[in-house]
Design a protein around this ligand. Structure first.
Ligand code: C5P
Length: 342
Protein backbone atom coordinates (compact mmCIF):
# COMPACT_ATOMS: atom_id res chain seq x y z
CA UNK A 1 0.00 0.00 0.00
CA UNK A 2 1.48 3.39 -0.93
CA UNK A 3 -1.07 5.73 0.72
CA UNK A 4 -3.49 5.50 3.66
CA UNK A 5 -5.99 8.10 4.91
CA UNK A 6 -7.22 8.02 8.49
CA UNK A 7 -9.87 10.18 10.20
CA UNK A 8 -9.75 11.04 13.90
CA UNK A 9 -12.27 12.96 16.05
CA UNK A 10 -11.83 15.67 18.69
CA UNK A 11 -12.99 15.19 22.29
CA UNK A 12 -14.80 17.15 24.93
CA UNK A 13 -14.71 16.09 28.59
CA UNK A 14 -18.21 15.98 30.04
CA UNK A 15 -16.77 15.31 33.51
CA UNK A 16 -13.18 16.10 34.43
CA UNK A 17 -12.43 15.50 38.11
CA UNK A 18 -8.80 16.15 38.93
CA UNK A 19 -6.97 14.66 41.90
CA UNK A 20 -3.87 16.02 43.62
CA UNK A 21 -0.55 16.25 41.80
CA UNK A 22 1.18 12.84 41.70
CA UNK A 23 4.87 12.23 42.22
CA UNK A 24 5.28 11.62 38.46
CA UNK A 25 3.94 15.09 37.59
CA UNK A 26 0.50 13.86 36.49
CA UNK A 27 -2.86 14.03 38.23
CA UNK A 28 -5.24 11.14 38.79
CA UNK A 29 -8.45 11.79 36.91
CA UNK A 30 -12.04 10.76 36.63
CA UNK A 31 -12.38 11.79 33.03
CA UNK A 32 -15.53 11.18 31.01
CA UNK A 33 -14.44 11.57 27.40
CA UNK A 34 -16.90 12.15 24.57
CA UNK A 35 -15.75 12.04 20.93
CA UNK A 36 -17.28 14.75 18.71
CA UNK A 37 -17.51 15.25 14.95
CA UNK A 38 -14.67 17.69 14.42
CA UNK A 39 -12.10 15.68 12.50
CA UNK A 40 -8.47 15.78 11.46
CA UNK A 41 -7.61 13.65 8.41
CA UNK A 42 -4.11 12.24 8.24
CA UNK A 43 -2.70 10.91 4.95
CA UNK A 44 0.36 8.68 5.20
CA UNK A 45 2.50 7.93 2.13
CA UNK A 46 5.46 5.62 1.75
CA UNK A 47 8.78 7.41 2.25
CA UNK A 48 12.37 6.81 3.32
CA UNK A 49 12.03 8.98 6.43
CA UNK A 50 9.26 10.14 8.79
CA UNK A 51 8.07 13.68 8.00
CA UNK A 52 4.98 15.74 8.69
CA UNK A 53 3.23 18.62 6.92
CA UNK A 54 0.04 20.37 8.02
CA UNK A 55 -2.77 22.03 6.05
CA UNK A 56 -6.00 23.70 7.15
CA UNK A 57 -7.17 26.58 9.31
CA UNK A 58 -4.82 25.93 12.24
CA UNK A 59 -1.80 24.79 10.21
CA UNK A 60 0.48 27.72 11.07
CA UNK A 61 0.26 26.86 14.79
CA UNK A 62 1.42 23.25 14.49
CA UNK A 63 5.14 22.45 14.78
CA UNK A 64 6.49 20.15 12.06
CA UNK A 65 9.71 19.26 13.88
CA UNK A 66 10.40 16.41 16.31
CA UNK A 67 7.98 17.87 18.85
CA UNK A 68 5.06 17.00 16.54
CA UNK A 69 3.14 14.17 18.23
CA UNK A 70 2.32 12.47 14.90
CA UNK A 71 6.05 12.13 14.15
CA UNK A 72 6.63 10.81 17.67
CA UNK A 73 3.79 8.32 17.18
CA UNK A 74 5.16 7.01 13.86
CA UNK A 75 8.63 6.64 15.41
CA UNK A 76 7.24 4.87 18.49
CA UNK A 77 5.37 2.42 16.25
CA UNK A 78 8.44 1.74 14.08
CA UNK A 79 10.48 1.11 17.22
CA UNK A 80 7.83 -1.16 18.73
CA UNK A 81 7.60 -3.21 15.52
CA UNK A 82 11.37 -3.06 15.03
CA UNK A 83 11.07 -1.81 11.44
CA UNK A 84 12.97 0.96 9.65
CA UNK A 85 10.11 2.18 7.44
CA UNK A 86 9.34 5.84 6.78
CA UNK A 87 6.14 7.81 6.12
CA UNK A 88 5.31 11.26 4.84
CA UNK A 89 2.34 12.35 6.98
CA UNK A 90 0.03 15.16 5.90
CA UNK A 91 -2.40 16.39 8.57
CA UNK A 92 -5.53 18.19 7.32
CA UNK A 93 -6.38 20.06 10.48
CA UNK A 94 -9.85 21.05 11.67
CA UNK A 95 -9.44 20.41 15.41
CA UNK A 96 -8.41 23.62 17.24
CA UNK A 97 -4.73 23.65 18.22
CA UNK A 98 -3.94 23.86 21.98
CA UNK A 99 -7.69 24.25 22.43
CA UNK A 100 -8.56 21.58 25.02
CA UNK A 101 -9.97 19.25 22.37
CA UNK A 102 -6.96 16.90 22.14
CA UNK A 103 -5.91 17.97 18.65
CA UNK A 104 -2.28 16.90 19.07
CA UNK A 105 -3.27 13.61 20.69
CA UNK A 106 -5.74 13.02 17.84
CA UNK A 107 -2.96 13.36 15.27
CA UNK A 108 -0.81 10.92 17.25
CA UNK A 109 -3.67 8.39 17.28
CA UNK A 110 -4.20 8.89 13.54
CA UNK A 111 -0.50 8.49 12.77
CA UNK A 112 -0.38 5.22 14.75
CA UNK A 113 -3.30 3.75 12.84
CA UNK A 114 -2.19 5.10 9.45
CA UNK A 115 1.38 3.76 9.75
CA UNK A 116 0.15 0.41 11.09
CA UNK A 117 -1.80 0.09 7.80
CA UNK A 118 0.80 1.68 5.51
CA UNK A 119 3.57 -0.55 6.79
CA UNK A 120 1.35 -3.66 6.82
CA UNK A 121 2.20 -4.34 10.48
CA UNK A 122 -1.23 -5.70 11.38
CA UNK A 123 -0.88 -4.79 15.07
CA UNK A 124 -4.18 -5.27 16.94
CA UNK A 125 -5.91 -2.28 18.53
CA UNK A 126 -4.75 -3.37 22.04
CA UNK A 127 -1.12 -3.04 20.99
CA UNK A 128 -1.77 0.37 19.43
CA UNK A 129 -3.54 1.46 22.64
CA UNK A 130 -0.48 0.55 24.72
CA UNK A 131 1.85 2.57 22.46
CA UNK A 132 -0.75 5.38 22.51
CA UNK A 133 -0.70 5.61 26.32
CA UNK A 134 3.04 6.34 26.28
CA UNK A 135 2.50 9.17 23.79
CA UNK A 136 -0.07 11.07 25.86
CA UNK A 137 -2.90 10.58 28.32
CA UNK A 138 -5.65 11.31 25.75
CA UNK A 139 -4.24 9.32 22.82
CA UNK A 140 -5.81 5.93 23.71
CA UNK A 141 -9.28 7.49 23.89
CA UNK A 142 -8.89 9.08 20.45
CA UNK A 143 -8.21 5.61 19.02
CA UNK A 144 -11.29 4.22 20.79
CA UNK A 145 -13.83 7.06 20.36
CA UNK A 146 -17.43 6.96 21.55
CA UNK A 147 -17.92 7.94 25.18
CA UNK A 148 -15.63 6.46 27.81
CA UNK A 149 -14.50 6.76 31.41
CA UNK A 150 -10.78 7.41 31.68
CA UNK A 151 -9.06 6.84 35.01
CA UNK A 152 -5.41 6.86 36.07
CA UNK A 153 -4.02 9.82 34.17
CA UNK A 154 -6.86 9.31 31.68
CA UNK A 155 -5.44 6.34 29.79
CA UNK A 156 -7.32 3.49 31.53
CA UNK A 157 -10.55 3.33 29.57
CA UNK A 158 -13.99 1.82 30.05
CA UNK A 159 -16.60 2.32 27.34
CA UNK A 160 -19.79 4.03 28.57
CA UNK A 161 -23.24 3.31 27.13
CA UNK A 162 -25.08 6.23 25.51
CA UNK A 163 -28.31 6.67 23.61
CA UNK A 164 -28.75 8.80 20.50
CA UNK A 165 -26.79 11.88 19.56
CA UNK A 166 -25.84 14.97 21.53
CA UNK A 167 -25.45 18.28 19.71
CA UNK A 168 -22.67 20.69 20.58
CA UNK A 169 -21.48 24.15 19.63
CA UNK A 170 -17.85 25.01 20.29
CA UNK A 171 -16.45 28.53 20.57
CA UNK A 172 -12.76 28.67 19.73
CA UNK A 173 -10.44 31.36 21.07
CA UNK A 174 -7.50 33.23 19.64
CA UNK A 175 -4.35 31.77 21.17
CA UNK A 176 -4.13 28.39 22.86
CA UNK A 177 -3.57 27.37 26.48
CA UNK A 178 -0.77 24.99 27.44
CA UNK A 179 -2.16 21.93 29.22
CA UNK A 180 0.69 21.74 31.81
CA UNK A 181 0.15 25.44 32.64
CA UNK A 182 -3.55 24.89 33.27
CA UNK A 183 -2.88 21.90 35.56
CA UNK A 184 -0.21 23.97 37.36
CA UNK A 185 -2.69 26.83 37.80
CA UNK A 186 -5.25 24.34 39.17
CA UNK A 187 -2.65 23.21 41.76
CA UNK A 188 -1.81 26.81 42.60
CA UNK A 189 -5.46 27.80 43.11
CA UNK A 190 -6.01 24.78 45.34
CA UNK A 191 -2.94 25.53 47.44
CA UNK A 192 -4.05 29.17 47.75
CA UNK A 193 -7.55 28.06 48.78
CA UNK A 194 -6.06 25.86 51.51
CA UNK A 195 -3.97 28.78 52.76
CA UNK A 196 -6.87 31.23 52.72
CA UNK A 197 -9.69 29.07 53.96
CA UNK A 198 -8.27 25.96 55.61
CA UNK A 199 -11.52 25.00 57.27
CA UNK A 200 -13.91 25.42 54.34
CA UNK A 201 -12.37 23.36 51.60
CA UNK A 202 -12.34 26.52 49.58
CA UNK A 203 -14.99 25.67 47.03
CA UNK A 204 -17.38 28.53 47.69
CA UNK A 205 -15.30 30.95 45.64
CA UNK A 206 -15.37 28.67 42.64
CA UNK A 207 -11.95 27.32 43.52
CA UNK A 208 -12.20 23.55 43.67
CA UNK A 209 -11.27 21.72 46.82
CA UNK A 210 -8.26 19.47 46.36
CA UNK A 211 -9.41 16.36 44.56
CA UNK A 212 -12.87 17.82 44.32
CA UNK A 213 -15.01 18.18 41.25
CA UNK A 214 -16.70 21.47 41.97
CA UNK A 215 -15.32 23.02 38.83
CA UNK A 216 -18.12 25.51 38.56
CA UNK A 217 -19.04 24.35 35.07
CA UNK A 218 -22.71 24.19 35.88
CA UNK A 219 -22.97 23.21 39.48
CA UNK A 220 -21.04 20.76 41.56
CA UNK A 221 -20.66 17.08 41.08
CA UNK A 222 -21.61 14.98 44.08
CA UNK A 223 -19.13 12.20 44.57
CA UNK A 224 -15.97 14.27 44.56
CA UNK A 225 -13.35 12.98 46.89
CA UNK A 226 -9.75 13.20 47.74
CA UNK A 227 -7.66 15.67 49.59
CA UNK A 228 -4.12 16.83 49.78
CA UNK A 229 -1.77 15.62 52.40
CA UNK A 230 0.69 18.35 51.54
CA UNK A 231 0.53 21.65 53.37
CA UNK A 232 -0.37 24.94 51.74
CA UNK A 233 1.69 25.38 48.61
CA UNK A 234 2.12 21.65 48.16
CA UNK A 235 -0.46 19.44 46.58
CA UNK A 236 1.75 16.44 45.92
CA UNK A 237 0.30 13.16 47.12
CA UNK A 238 -3.04 12.75 48.83
CA UNK A 239 -6.05 10.57 48.34
CA UNK A 240 -8.28 10.77 45.28
CA UNK A 241 -11.64 9.10 45.53
CA UNK A 242 -13.78 10.91 42.96
CA UNK A 243 -16.31 8.81 41.09
CA UNK A 244 -18.12 9.30 37.83
CA UNK A 245 -21.21 11.41 38.51
CA UNK A 246 -24.20 9.00 38.57
CA UNK A 247 -26.49 11.73 37.20
CA UNK A 248 -24.13 12.28 34.28
CA UNK A 249 -23.93 8.56 33.51
CA UNK A 250 -27.74 8.28 33.63
CA UNK A 251 -28.11 11.28 31.28
CA UNK A 252 -25.68 9.73 28.79
CA UNK A 253 -27.45 6.37 29.01
CA UNK A 254 -30.87 7.94 28.53
CA UNK A 255 -29.79 10.31 25.73
CA UNK A 256 -31.19 13.22 27.79
CA UNK A 257 -29.41 16.48 26.80
CA UNK A 258 -31.20 18.55 29.47
CA UNK A 259 -29.93 16.27 32.24
CA UNK A 260 -26.48 16.07 30.65
CA UNK A 261 -26.35 19.86 30.53
CA UNK A 262 -27.05 20.03 34.27
CA UNK A 263 -24.32 17.52 35.11
CA UNK A 264 -21.39 18.83 33.01
CA UNK A 265 -18.34 19.59 35.18
CA UNK A 266 -14.70 20.43 34.73
CA UNK A 267 -12.23 20.88 37.60
CA UNK A 268 -9.80 22.62 35.24
CA UNK A 269 -12.33 25.34 34.46
CA UNK A 270 -11.40 27.71 37.34
CA UNK A 271 -7.74 27.42 36.29
CA UNK A 272 -8.54 28.11 32.61
CA UNK A 273 -10.68 31.10 33.66
CA UNK A 274 -7.92 32.36 35.93
CA UNK A 275 -5.44 32.29 33.03
CA UNK A 276 -7.98 33.57 30.48
CA UNK A 277 -10.60 35.66 32.34
CA UNK A 278 -12.38 36.56 29.07
CA UNK A 279 -13.70 32.99 28.83
CA UNK A 280 -16.23 33.77 31.56
CA UNK A 281 -18.03 36.12 29.17
CA UNK A 282 -18.07 33.44 26.46
CA UNK A 283 -19.64 30.89 28.83
CA UNK A 284 -22.16 33.44 30.07
CA UNK A 285 -23.14 34.39 26.51
CA UNK A 286 -23.85 30.74 25.68
CA UNK A 287 -25.95 30.30 28.82
CA UNK A 288 -27.98 33.43 28.02
CA UNK A 289 -28.57 32.08 24.53
CA UNK A 290 -30.18 29.00 26.06
CA UNK A 291 -27.37 26.44 25.97
CA UNK A 292 -28.35 23.43 28.10
CA UNK A 293 -24.86 23.41 29.57
CA UNK A 294 -21.69 25.44 29.12
CA UNK A 295 -18.14 24.55 30.11
CA UNK A 296 -14.53 24.95 29.16
CA UNK A 297 -13.43 21.97 27.06
CA UNK A 298 -10.63 20.14 28.92
CA UNK A 299 -7.83 22.60 29.63
CA UNK A 300 -9.38 25.18 27.28
CA UNK A 301 -9.61 27.75 25.92
CA UNK A 302 -12.31 26.28 23.62
CA UNK A 303 -15.75 26.54 25.27
CA UNK A 304 -18.38 23.84 24.74
CA UNK A 305 -22.14 24.44 24.70
CA UNK A 306 -24.68 21.65 24.75
CA UNK A 307 -27.66 22.26 22.46
CA UNK A 308 -31.14 20.81 22.42
CA UNK A 309 -30.84 19.62 18.82
CA UNK A 310 -28.92 20.40 15.62
CA UNK A 311 -31.03 23.48 14.81
CA UNK A 312 -30.48 24.90 18.31
CA UNK A 313 -26.75 24.23 17.93
CA UNK A 314 -26.71 26.13 14.64
CA UNK A 315 -28.53 29.08 16.25
CA UNK A 316 -25.97 29.17 19.08
CA UNK A 317 -23.13 29.09 16.54
CA UNK A 318 -24.63 31.99 14.67
CA UNK A 319 -25.44 34.16 17.69
CA UNK A 320 -22.31 33.66 19.83
CA UNK A 321 -19.79 35.64 17.75
CA UNK A 322 -21.75 38.88 18.22
CA UNK A 323 -21.87 38.45 22.00
CA UNK A 324 -18.48 37.20 23.12
CA UNK A 325 -14.82 37.67 22.18
CA UNK A 326 -14.37 34.42 20.26
CA UNK A 327 -12.44 33.38 17.17
CA UNK A 328 -14.99 31.08 15.52
CA UNK A 329 -17.80 28.65 16.25
CA UNK A 330 -18.04 25.01 15.21
CA UNK A 331 -21.12 22.79 15.43
CA UNK A 332 -20.61 19.09 16.05
CA UNK A 333 -22.33 16.02 17.40
CA UNK A 334 -21.25 13.13 19.54
CA UNK A 335 -20.51 10.43 20.22
CA UNK A 336 -18.56 9.57 17.07
CA UNK A 337 -16.31 6.59 16.36
CA UNK A 338 -12.61 6.79 17.14
CA UNK A 339 -9.76 6.71 14.64
CA UNK A 340 -10.95 5.13 11.37
CA UNK A 341 -9.20 4.17 8.15
CA UNK A 342 -11.10 5.78 5.26
O1 C5P B 1 -0.31 13.10 28.84
P1 C5P B 1 -0.11 14.40 28.15
O2 C5P B 1 1.24 14.50 27.49
O3 C5P B 1 -1.21 14.78 27.21
O4 C5P B 1 -0.13 15.49 29.30
C1 C5P B 1 0.32 16.80 29.08
C2 C5P B 1 0.55 17.45 30.43
O5 C5P B 1 -0.70 17.64 31.09
C3 C5P B 1 1.39 16.65 31.41
O6 C5P B 1 2.75 16.88 31.22
C4 C5P B 1 0.88 17.17 32.74
O7 C5P B 1 1.48 18.43 33.04
C5 C5P B 1 -0.58 17.43 32.49
N1 C5P B 1 -1.41 16.28 32.88
C6 C5P B 1 -1.60 16.04 34.22
N2 C5P B 1 -2.38 14.98 34.60
C7 C5P B 1 -2.98 14.21 33.69
C8 C5P B 1 -2.81 14.45 32.31
C9 C5P B 1 -2.02 15.51 31.94
O8 C5P B 1 -1.07 16.74 35.07
N3 C5P B 1 -3.75 13.22 34.08
Amino acid sequence: MSSVTVRVPAKVNVQLSVGPLREDGYHDLVNVFHAVSIFDDVVARTSDSITVAVTGEWADQVPVDDTNLAIQAARALAKHADVGYGADLVIHKSIPVAGGMAGGSADAAAALMACNELWGLGLPIDALMRIAADLGSDVPFLLMGGTALGTGRGELLTELPTTGTFHWTFATADGGLSTPSVYAECDRLRAAALTNAPSTGGSSSGVPSPGGASGGASGGVPSAGGGSTGGPGSSVGGVFSAEPDPGLLAALRAGDPHALGRHLSNDLQPAALSLRPGLAATLEAGRRLGALGALVSGSGPTCAFLAEDAAHGARLAQALPGRAPIRSTITAHGPTPGTTVL
